[in-house]
Design a protein around this ligand. Structure first.
Ligand code: MBD
Ligand code: FE
Length: 276
């Protein structure tokens, strides 16, 4: 079919309005449907292929993988770039770069003041201590900011989604101290891989891509009167550091990792009480 004929068909199928449509929803859905009709035409998509796609989406929903697919196809990255651009236009520059949230945040992690331990002590992992200071774009420390931290365990799995982990394992909200500082002890995460043979994996393979992320730690940083920052850090040296299937690596988000084999230094780091 010619595009003009497709447009005529679409017009014929404009159902009589029952009450008031929501204009923005209608405009966007109409556009998506039209573009998909064009794609079906251009690629001569067969009915069996179309229904295979519908069943794929049904299964992806059942598997709870839409968030993963959005990350893998670059939608999250695109939304970030658009936010960066909007902020730059508004003159809002500087500070730690944002990067994607991903689909594995869980609200309501326990609140600790100043510092805390994130792991429940159930896994033997390399002990990781991270500290920092929340500052505004002028460099002024922000006391009482909330630093929400979440990351994977040594197998790349996140609590809540991995039913084998305790509730809120490797998830905390840390309130910064009077100098805006926070500190936490945890275990070194492993990189993440999409569920093998799952919907995302199946799709990525057909695109000739892998589903790996470098080891990383997620953050939300928020304080009253400030914009909320969504970001992550990557662990330097990870083989996927610059080959993230979700496109979240930023040069300024790879902090130095100091490795220390001295048990005394680890003990001196404190924070030895595992979170119950
Ligand atoms: C993750 O851990 C993640 O951070 C993203 C963006 C996608 C999948 C898994
Ligand atoms: Fe993650």
């Amino acid at each position: 079919m010619e595009k003009a004929a497709i447009d005529t068909l679409l017009k014929e199928m404009q159902a009589p309005s029952r009450g008031a449509p929501t204009p923005r929803v209608k405009a966007i859905v109409d556009r998506i449907v039209r573009d998909l009709f064009y794609v079906i035409e251009e690629f001569d998509v067969q009915p069996s292929e179309f229904w295979t796609a519908v069943n794929y989406l049904t299964e992806a929903g059942r598997n709870d993988e839409y968030g993963l697919i959005a990350a893998g196809l670059g939608f999250e990255r695109f939304l970030d770039v658009r936010l960066d651009e909007a902020e730059a236009k508004a003159g809002l520059t500087g500070g730690t770069p944002r990067t994607i949230e991903g689909p594995l945040y869980v609200a309501g992690a326990p609140l600790v003041k100043g510092e805390g331990r994130l792991d429940d002590g159930s896994e033997e992992g390399e002990i990781l201590v991270m500290h920092g200071q929340v500052r505004d774009v002028d460099g002024t420390p922000v006391a009482g900011a909330h630093v929400e931290v979440w990351h994977a365990n040594t197998r790349g799995n996140y609590s809540f989604f991995d039913k084998g982990q305790s509730a809120f394992n490797l998830r905390r909200t840390i309130e910064t101290d009077a100098e805006g500082r926070y500190r936490f002890r945890t275990i070194m995460p492993s990189g993440y891989a999409v569920p093998p043979e799952g919907s995302t994996d199946t799709l990525l393979k057909q695109l000739g891509r892998h589903g790996h992320r470098p080891a990383h730690i997620h953050f939300f940083v928020s304080a009253p009167g400030y914009r909320k920052l969504t970001t992550q850090i990557n662990i330097d040296g990870d083989p996927y550091l610059h080959d993230d299937f979700a496109f979240a690596t930023r040069d300024d988000l790879i902090p130095p990792v100091e490795r220390n084999a001295d048990p005394a230094a680890i003990a001196a780091a404190g924070l030895n009480e595992p979170f119950a």
